[in-house]
Design a protein around this ligand. Structure first.
Ligand code: ADP
Ligand code: MG
Length: 692
């Protein structure tokens, strides 16, 4: 390695230095005074009063005073210290699993002491383990003692004093105008902060712990308000952007599409098509989420939006998260649009540079109006002439960055300024209302709440793994009636190779047990061409039973498949099971989904299977899934490492979300300075994150 002395910089010494107190605070996200003041206690200890021993209840903290009447050490099972304290109401055992000589001295027989700790129901009756021992008759605390979330090496006393100092120093002025505080009957901010860090002894412990105390309500409200304000700001920023109005909403492509459809659109489809058409005609970018349960027919709605853009002379990019799904969209779009003389392009990671060239040229020159593909669409080499609309299927599977990069491709200078493309997001995961309201407030939402006619809900059966033979017999009967079957292989989280092996084994097994029936295999390790050809054979009916890994999870559409077997269903997530089940029940025949499970089931797996058995309604499934997983994971935001909400809980605080939203609008209109101050206090540079 050549390194001249001039450019040489000494390597940083790799020696680890011990973490400082500041490092530890930083680990908890505590840097500025504002951080410290909202580092709120998890719980409190009550050192404001002395209880009697007769009041001791297992699981509760207690503080008592009395005389030590006995002390002994035991050697087995290990060296322990035992003592007994007595007051006028009874006796209580104290125990230390390890101890120092001075602890032993503190509880010598005959001493009067004050002890406090959590009461446990032990083998010998009630006892306190490692109680805190202090002097009897000392002054009692006049406030509950806060216990804070902490990290290794950081003591409660250190956190307490840092917070105390921060409160003294910080600006605790209310960010809300007094009229609003009064009208909404909110607790003042400064008072709320002081109370939560140091609640007077008479404060109801229950309301503190349940976060129902007015001081807690104020904090939760403020947090939600900051979120609403930042979402409203993002929305305002979007409305100030410009987009090409896709004014031709009834052109020849659209009419051609309409008249070539082999089915009647449902009322819900017609309604959302109109909502989208209306948005697209406007001169600022649409940001709409199209929600519809699996099988509700979102693809054709997307096609109508695409037609409007094409009729208006602009290009459309449709991106899907997997090659399989993108390929299906490509086939559908080709079937709909090519007869109308509209060229459809295809881009995926598995195309060679040579194969891509004509597509790239067509996009750049504007002769290719519609492009379908995977993440390959966001590569640098892809350039559009006039990108007017972006369609993202299963939008929650894309990262914020990916969505933005595609959008940037459509950003173009124009005589009137920067133009931004319209965006249609699609998702089969219905997002519960409060969740949408608090995290996706800058998305307008269209819901397809009706399935195409003639669908009968899928019947779900839970079958223990031991009863495989019956399932095989059932498959045999189905196939003989001309129907097709999916067999989904279990997730093997630890190893992809193992997962593949199971799929291969399953195909062999089914081949053996289903003589005369063609069993195909689809998994993630196949090349795109191989996958496409297996899917085509299944669609054509040459393959009757398709063994597949979860690659079929999204979007696969073969209406003749009426039976789905999911092996080791207990290993799948709820949303995933619902998606998988949605692959059947797409035709008019009764469909069945068999969830094969292997016990014993964990409590959460049991809840998931129960939900699948009890309902086919995507909204209900989603609601339960949210309950099981929590909002961060649900929205796929966990990986960003950001907490969504620290204090409020969108499920139990639904009313507050609503109130915060109204208040945000009012502040923006009438008290803009307050709105700015509020966001500054609560978000400090995290605003961008909320703008997803
Ligand atoms: P998803 O919303 O899950 O993406 P798709 O768009 O794949 O659903 O549609 C599911 C199936 O229903 C497809 O075969 C599609 O052609 C069909 N379909 C869509 N709309 C209707 C309708 N109005 N009537 C009958 N079939 C429809
Ligand atoms: Mg779909």
């Amino acid at each position: 390695m050549a390194s001249t002395s001039a450019s040489f910089t000494p390597a940083k010494t790799a020696k680890k230095r011990a973490p400082t107190q500041a490092d530890r605070f930083k680990r908890l996200g505590l840097m500025s005074d504002d951080d410290f003041i909202v580092h709120l206690p998890l719980r409190y200890e009550d050192e404001t009063q002395v209880n009697t021993i007769s009041q001791a209840r297992p699981g509760e903290f207690i503080q008592i005073e009395g005389e030590i009447v006995q002390q002994e050490q035991s050697a087995r099972p290990r060296r322990q210290l035992h003592a007994t304290i007595a007051d006028e109401t009874g006796q209580l055992r104290l125990r230390w699993l390890h101890f120092y000589p001075n602890q032993q001295k503190q509880v010598e027989v005959g001493k009067r002491v004050r002890v406090r700790g959590e009461v446990r129901g032990g083998f010998h009756g009630l006892e306190l383990i490692h109680p805190k021992v202090t002097q009897a008759d000392a002054a009692l605390a006049d406030a509950l003692t806060p216990v804070y979330p902490t990290t290794d090496g950081l003591r409660q006393s250190a956190i307490r004093s840092a917070i105390h100092q921060a409160i003294e120093r910080a600006d605790l002025r209310d960010t809300l105008p007094p009229e609003i505080v009064q009208r909404l009957e909110l607790h003042p901010f400064a008072e709320s902060i002081r109370l939560l860090h140091s609640p007077p002894s008479q404060t109801s412990y229950q309301t503190l712990i349940e976060r129902e105390h007015p001081a807690w309500v104020r904090i939760k409200f403020d947090e939600l308000l900051a979120q609403q304000l930042s979402l409203a700001a993002a929305r305002a920023a979007r409305l100030a952007q410009q987009a090409y109005p896709l004014a031709n909403s009834d052109g020849s492509v659209r009419q051609g599409l309409q008249s070539s459809l082999r089915f009647e659109l449902t009322g819900a489809q017609q309604r959302v098509i109109a909502e989208i058409a209306h948005d697209l005609r406007r001169a600022f970018p649409m940001h709409r989420l199209l929600q519809g349960d699996v099988g509700s027919g979102k693809t054709v709605v997307a096609a109508f939006a695409a037609a409007q853009a094409i009729d208006s002379g602009l290009q459309v990019a449709m991106m899907a998260p997997t090659e399989l799904l993108a390929e299906q969209h490509y086939q559908k779009m080709t079937a709909w649009f090519e007869p109308l003389g509209v060229r459809v392009g295809w881009l995926s990671g598995s195309k060679t540079a040579k194969q891509r060239l004509p597509v790239l040229t067509g996009l750049k020159e504007g002769t290719l109006p519609l492009l379908v593909g995977t993440q390959a669409l966001i590569q640098d080499s892809v350039e559009f002439k006039h990108l007017g609309l972006i369609i993202l299927d299963e939008q929650h599977r894309f990262g914020v960055g990916q969505r933005l990069s595609l959008s940037r491709k459509g950003e173009a200078a124009s005589p009137v300024g920067l133009m931004v493309p319209h965006q249609l997001n699609m998702s089969a995961t219905p997002i519960p209302r409060t969740l949408a309201m608090s995290f996706l407030a800058d998305l307008d939402v269209s819901v397809i709440d009706e399935l195409p006619e003639g669908r009968t809900p899928v019947i779900t059966k839970l079958v223990a793994d031991g009863r495989r033979d019956e399932i095989i017999a059932h498959i045999y009967a189905q196939v003989n009636q001309g129907q097709q079957v999916y067999w989904v292989c279990p997730l093997v989280e630890e190893s992809e190779t193992l997962q593949l092996q199971t799929a291969v084994d399953t195909q062999l097994y089914l081949n053996d047990h289903l003589p005369g029936i063609t069993v195909g295999l689809l998994h993630g390790k196949l090349s795109a061409a191989e996958k496409a050809s297996v899917m085509e054979a299944f669609r054509q009916g040459t393959i009757s039973v398709l063994v597949a890994t979860t690659v079929i999870e999204v979007g696969v559409d073969v209406p003749n498949a009426t039976l789905m077997v999911i092996e080791h269903a207990e290993r799948f997530g709820l949303a995933q099971l619902h998606q998988l089940r949605g692959r059947v029940g797409r035709g008019a025949d009764q469909a069945v989904c068999v969830l094969l499970y292997q016990g014993p089931l964990s409590a959460i797996a049991r809840e998931r299977l129960r939900a699948m058995y009890e309902t086919t309604d995507g909204f209900e499934i989603s609601r339960r899934d949210l309950g099981l997983r929590g909002p961060g994971e649900f929205l796929g935001l966990r990986q960003s490492g950001q907490e969504l909400l620290r204090f409020a809980d969108i499920e139990t605080d639904e009313a507050l979300v609503e109130q915060a939203r109204n208040c945000a609008m009012l502040l923006r209109e009438q008290y803009p300075e307050h709105a700015i101050a509020h966001v500054r206090r609560w978000l400090k540079g995290r605003e961008d994150f909320l703008r997803t």
